[in-house]
Design a binder for this molecule. Structure first.
Ligand code: FAD
Length: 347
């Protein structure tokens, strides 16, 4: 912290501290607030200190009501859950969401609006920021002060400190891997937040009709979600075929792990692109990350370098992945995977 900033920052943050109120743009699924949103709430706690947090949910049918119950009891600082319920909000479309966020902001005058940096948050928040005429800050990994943040740049090779000097609200997406979700839910259950349905009659065809939900195609899997899994096993181009990726899937089943892939493996058609880890894929930070036949390009490292323990198997001893690996094995993956399958016991 530069001394010339100190006097300004002290007064600035002290004056702000009194007026902090945070709105979380929340994502839910199957009647529950998603873990990434719980991470956004944990990030809001860092900004809010002891000030209360509001959560905004949208959707249709009983699932949004159930998610509202979950939101109301997920964190002691969540004091208010706002629910926008309508048939046309069944799927999250940025056009409708942005207008809802604007309306809620006009009523609530929040100092901060936050979402997790997921496909949902990255779709909704920038549009909402545009209609509110503020610049959003994306991919925040650290909150130093209510308006002072750290975010990665150059594919995670450098960290940039950003001071927000714009007008309220300060809008941002946070990396869910950098903030711990679900803090002390028992305390929250003892004092649940109020749940309020908001009036969304202003949502006319001109707003809702701008885009149309066509379909969702996703992989049904018994395995944990890549973004939240404790163990991730990733395969690279060296796997050579979709058939060989099934070996990784078998190992993942034994370890209770999620399967990831490099962009080269995705581009070659071995696996669908929702398994891609990296700068243009998912950001993961599991307890254990095992990379088979992954060279360790910077764009891949950008998505997994925060993993707690990294294990790499590569037949090239000079592969860059070994520079970030905690354990490295110079070997042929087609020998190592069958051996692991044989030796790792069933779950
Ligand atoms: P390769 O680089 O070809 O590496 C294969 C590795 O397997 C080699 O190290 C080789 O020694 C090893 N190997 C070969 N055979 C065996 C064997 N039998 N046993 C053990 N090891 C073996 N990439 C991503 O992953 N995610 C991204 O999000 C991403 N975004 C990108 C965005 C941009 C704008 C650009 C330009 C690129 C992006 N890339 C991304 C691509 C990235 O630059 C690399 O091309 C890619 O990660 C390489 O994938 P790979 O490691 O599977 O393949």
């Amino acid at each position: 912290s530069s001394p010339c900033f100190a006097p300004f920052r002290t007064t600035f943050s002290q004056s702000i501290r009194r007026f902090i109120s945070t709105l979380i743009v929340a994502e839910h699924d199957g009647g529950f607030v998603k873990p990434s949103t719980l991470s956004a709430i944990a990030a809001a706690e860092v900004v809010s200190k002891e000030n209360s947090i509001s959560v905004l949910l949208a959707g249709s049918g009983p699932s949004v009501e159930k998610a509202a119950q979950h939101a109301a009891t997920c964190h002691p600082l969540v004091s208010e859950v706002l629910v926008a319920k309508a048939e046309e909000l069944e799927h999250p479309m940025a056009e409708s969401w942005a207008e809802i966020v604007k309306m809620v902001q006009q009523k609530g005058s929040y100092s901060h609006i936050m979402a997790a940096s997921t496909s949902f948050g990255k779709n909704i928040l920038p549009r909402a920021a545009a209609v509110l005429d503020v610049s959003p800050i994306t991919d925040v990994v650290q909150i130093s002060e209510p308006r002072l943040f750290v975010r990665p740049i150059y594919a995670g090779n450098a960290l940039c400190t950003v001071q927000y000097t714009g007008l309220d609200p300060c809008m941002m997406t946070i990396r869910s891997t950098s903030f711990q979700g679900e803090v002390n839910p028992d305390a929250a259950k003892a004092n649940p937040a109020t749940i309020t349905q908001i009036d969304i009659s202003f949502l006319n065809q001109e707003i809702v009709g701008k885009s149309k939900w066509l379909s969702l195609s996703s992989q049904e899997s018994e395995r944990p979600d890549l973004g939240n899994a404790r163990v991730v096993i990733t395969g690279g181009r060296a796997l050579k075929s979709a058939e060989n990726f099934k070996l990784l899937e078998k190992l993942a089943e034994k370890l209770g792990a999620a399967v990831g892939a490099t962009r080269a493996a995705v581009d070659a058609g071995y696996v669908p692109n929702d398994l891609q880890v990296g700068q243009t894929g998912k950001i993961v930070a599991p307890e254990l990350y095992i990379a088979f036949g992954v060279s360790g390009a910077i764009q891949h490292l950008a998505g997994m370098r925060d993993s707690k323990v990294i294990v790499a198997v590569n037949k090239d001893a000079d592969a860059p992945i070994f520079q970030v690996a905690d354990y490295g094995l110079v070997a042929d993956l087609f020998e190592v995977i069958p051996e692991l399958l044989e030796k790792v016991p069933e779950k």
